[in-house]
Each structure stands twice: as C-alpha cells, then as structure tokens.
Design a protein around this ligand. Structure first.
Ligand SMILES: Nc1ncnc2c1ncn2[C@@H]1O[C@H](COP(=O)(O)OP(=O)(O)O)[C@@H](O)[C@H]1O
Ligand code: SF4
Ligand SMILES: [Mg+2]
Length: 331
C-alpha cells in the first residue's frame, strides 16, 4: 500500500473529529460515544481512561472500522494523515493503524500455528511474500516481542503458549506491518500482575524502538500513569478531561477524575478503606441531562442538571468538561 508520508513530522497520524456511535437495540438506542475528538501525533503515548461502559472500546472499534452497521451507526470523521477513513478502501486500518485486544487467547485461531497466523499477515497485506519469507518475518517478530526460542516455537499452536506469551503473539501480529499507531485495549487486564508489568514494559520498548504512537485503553490509573504522557478521561461516551498524565494524576480538574484518583489505594493509605465513586455509571440508553456525572457528583450545583459543560481549556494544556473545574483544581 502506498500512502504519501508528509514531510511534516508533526502532522497527526490519527485525527478523530466528533465521533458518535449509537446501537439500535430492543431496549432503545444505546448512545455509546457522543462526540469524541482527538489528535494523535507520531510517537505519542496517550491513555484513554474510564470505568467499564464509558465508550472506550466502542470508540476504538469505530476508529478501526470494526463495528457492524447495523446495529452500529457511526458518524464523524476519522483521518489517518490526510486520508479520510470514514469511507476507506485503502487498507490503512490493520496496516498503518493496528489494535491489540484484551483476550489474546480467544483472538488466536486454535487450529493454526502461531507462525502461520503471523506470516499470513504478510501474505495478505504484502502480496508476493513467499511462505518462507513470511515465516522468517514471523520468527523475527517473535524475537522482537521476546518469545524465547522463536525459531523452535514458530510451529507451535496457541494452546502451547501461556496467556502472557499469547498476548506477545497478538502484539507481534499488531506490529507486523510497522504501524504508525497501535491501539491497545486493556492489553493486560486478563493477565496476572507480574505478566502485566512485562507486557507494559514490552509495549514501552516497542514504542521507543519503532516510534509508533500508542493509544492505551484502560480502567487502571496505575497503567496510565506508568505508560502514557497524555490522558483522556471518558465518561458517558464523552471525554470529560484531558491533559498531561502527571498533571492530571496530581491535580485532577474534573470531579470524575478526582473520584477515580481517590479510588486508587496508595501505599501510605493502605489501612484506609478504598474509596470508590458512589453510584453506577450511566445507562447509555438514558444518559442523565446536563452533566452526565451529576447524579454521582458531590460538587454538583443546580446548573449541572440543566446545562451540559463543554470540554474547554481550564489552564494551560488542560481541558475539563466541568462547570466548576477551577474549584476542583483548588481542592
Ligand atoms: N454491539 C453493541 N450493542 C449494543 N450496545 C453496545 C454494543 N457494544 C457496546 N455497547 C454499549 O456501549 C457502551 C460502551 O461500551 P464500551 O465501549 O465497550 O465500554 P468500555 O469503556 O468498557 O470499553 C456500553 O453501554 C455497552 O453496553
Ligand atoms: S459539571 Fe457539576 S455535576 Fe458535572 S462534574 Fe462538574 S460539578 Fe459535578
Ligand atoms: Mg472496553
């Protein structure tokens, strides 16, 4: 595939503008993503943080063109460099923009060797690649994601690998074509803590070595804090706060983010009860009026129920969608 590369290295590799996704269901229209816009530049490490059901995976699925329509209805613009992907035929998805999912073991085909599954990517996306070349590339990638004895294991089947090793194979498949953007959706959630750390380390190394941008989707603040430079916090299918990760972790400017931070056990607080945000995330068929967070917000005032706060700059490099962001920052 040939896509003109811009000499402007600061040109976004991915630009999402007013993305909206709804699903027609027997229970009504599910408003999963409600106007999400963002820009990813080469080499960025950006987190998408939020509780379960906030629209993280659906927004990523829309970017990757993975949602079946119907039931999904997707609107908005998605661009890779200067190519509009909304009606794409260019094969950019899966090639220049790749994705890793939570459940590696079920994503692999149990009946095919891992070498075949990795090699097939080259056979499909780089026509003319021989099986021998594809197998050599598969071995190279297995080495790159640090699977021991790659040459011996290239003919093994998925069940012969642990969960962590399977996730490494999924990462190998995702980076096979040297994408500019890797979207990792809860890549370590199914793994135990030690293996989680190893996979996060691998993703950080790959990003450093290849220069690809990483979008890391997670509900885990620890993972975001460790692996990203910027973070976008999602609630009710919208971005409610974004900015630099260190700044947001230290001084949230949205009560929802504040609640997420307070729910993290800190070493010095280990004898205190873990504080969780009261109430449940919104039901996406009937998202609350005004600020979607108002039923759970300890800082709400009457205006919050009637007027939806837009995402706006509240200090340099920081946007928050809260009417009282300044008060939140002041503590
Ligand atoms: N295929 C679907 N049909 C109907 N609703 C869906 C579908 N996929 C996701 N949803 C709903 O969209 C909302 C956002 O889901 P999702 O993006 O998966 O959340 P998360 O932030 O946990 O990744 C949820 O309310 C979910 O139930
Ligand atoms: S706008 Fe109001 S309800 Fe929403 S987060 Fe801010 S204070 Fe809370
Ligand atoms: Mg998800």
């Amino acid at each position: 595939m040939t896509v003109a590369r811009s000499a402007d290295t600061d040109m976004p590799v991915l630009a999402v503008d007013d993305l909206r996704v709804s699903f027609k269901t027997p229970h009504g229209l599910v408003h999963a993503v409600n106007g999400v816009s963002y820009v990813i530049r080469p080499g960025d490490a950006v987190g998408i943080l939020g509780e379960s059901g906030s629209g993280k995976s659906v927004s990523a699925g829309a970017v990757m063109g993975l949602l079946d329509s119907p039931p999904a209805e997707v609107t908005g613009a998605i661009r890779y460099r200067d190519v509009n992907l909304s009606n794409e035929v260019s094969g950019i998805r899966g090639d220049r923009i790749a994705m890793v999912f939570q459940d590696a073991i079920t994503a692999l085909n149990p009946g095919l060797t891992v070498g075949y599954q990795i090699g097939e990517i080259f056979r499909v996306h780089r026509p003319g690649t021989s099986w021998q070349e594809a197998t050599e590339k598969a071995i190279g990638l297995m080495d790159q994601v640090k699977i021991p004895s790659a040459r011996q294991r290239v003919k093994s089947y998925p069940h012969e690998f642990s969960g962590g090793m399977s996730q490494r194979i999924m990462i190998a498949m995702a980076i096979a074509l040297s994408p500019d953007v890797l979207i990792a959706d809860e890549p370590t959630t199914a793994l135990d803590v030690t293996v989680q750390a190893q996979i996060m380390q691998l993703l950080a190394e790959l990003r450093r070595d290849t220069g690809m941008a990483l979008i890391l989707i997670t509900h885990d603040i620890g993972v975001v804090a460790e692996a990203t430079d910027r973070v976008m916090v999602m609630y009710g299918g919208r971005i409610v706060e974004r900015g630099s990760t260190v700044d947001i972790v230290a001084h949230p400017a949205h009560p929802y983010t504040e609640g997420l931070m307070n729910s993290v056990p800190r070493a010095e607080m280990k004898h205190e009860r873990l504080h969780t945000i009261k109430g449940a995330p919104p039901v996406m068929t009937t998202i609350p009026s005004g600020c979607a967070f108002h039923p759970r917000c300890a800082r709400r005032k009457p205006v919050c129920e009637g007027e939806r706060p837009e995402l706006r700059n509240v200090m340099p490099g920081r946007e928050s969608a809260c009417h009282f962001a300044a008060e939140v920052v002041d503590g």
